[in-house]
Write a protein that binds this ligand. Sequence first.
Ligand code: NAD
Length: 337
Amino acid sequence: MKYLITGGAGLIGSHLAAALLKEGHEVQVLDNHTSGSPDNIRHLTGCPGFKNISADIRDYHALEQAIAGCDKVFHLAAVVGVKRVLEQPAETISTNVTGTQNVLRLAGIYGKKVLVASSSEVYGKRRKEQKPLLNEEDDLVSGPPSKLRWTYACSKVMNEYMARACFEEQNLPVVITRFFNVVGSGMIPGQYGEYGKVIPRFIDCAVRGKAVPVYGDGSQVRSFTHVNDVVKSIMKLMEAKEAEGQVFNVGNYGAITIRELAEKIIRFSGSSSSLNYIPFDEIYGGGFEEIPHRSPDLTKITELIGYRPRYTINDILHEAIDLYQKGELAYRAVDSL
Ligand SMILES: NC(=O)c1ccc[n+]([C@@H]2O[C@H](COP(=O)([O-])OP(=O)(O)OC[C@H]3O[C@@H](n4cnc5c(N)ncnc54)[C@H](O)[C@@H]3O)[C@@H](O)[C@H]2O)c1
């Protein structure tokens, strides 16, 4: 198979590219290197069947050439990260909506199957008391346009509707995946520790004996998913005929509060750091709305492809601390605060 990965120089895309090449497939990566880095795919340069295209998904001509020449598309390119979205809401809409429209339009013209990356952010501001696990059929509850942090979630909801519309109207084979706090090794352009990466921020402080900065009161609940589990699951979903036209949560068990996460990191890294609670307003400006609880119902993906995440939160943290201490890699959780 010949796969195109938009956003293939990013965290998930670079690991996916490596996994597909390992299975003997051909892979084209198309990325504009805004939040991803060429360093993430440098080790793949020269592999048989690998091609790196430096382009924007809003460059219709470049995208057309890439889609025409492949069999299937993993569409992962997007503006991601709360801070980036707050700073560049128009760019977020342009990339995530117009870019995705280009991908779906060209996939329709050339008849290519597409997996569209969505996010657990689409579930919005539901509280644990309402329902502890988020299910694909739940209502989606975003905030108003006066709160720009919802730009990302709404752009991803629109991507889902666009993909579903192409499936219903044109029989375009699409699969939609809602990722929950994916973490893994990867390089990030620009300042280390920028753009709301909770795990590297905590590890960096804990290892250096500094107070660990917890945003808000630390009661927000997340479940972190290792990138290797994500890659395996999206490769399977792409091949599953029954997945077409459907939305799947891709996440992990073992939900944890951000306070517990900080405490674990301090313990695992042998640190004696304390916690420093910082109000959200100080980080993201006034009126910031935090998502209090985000943990997936994984019944649907488990039933369809036998999904069983291999990495627990403890595995993830031990690996992250180890990599950090070796000074080898940056580590991040793009969506988390
Ligand atoms: N990592 C997570 O926790 C998480 C959670 C939910 C959803 N997602 C979604 O998964 C996908 C992949 O995310 P990731 O974690 O690998 O993030 P990432 O930032 O590492 O990857 C996104 C990639 O898209 C590229 N990109 C951005 N705008 C582009 C454009 N206009 N044209 C071409 N390339 C562009 C970036 O340079 C980057 O390499 C995204 O769609 C994201 O919204 C990720």
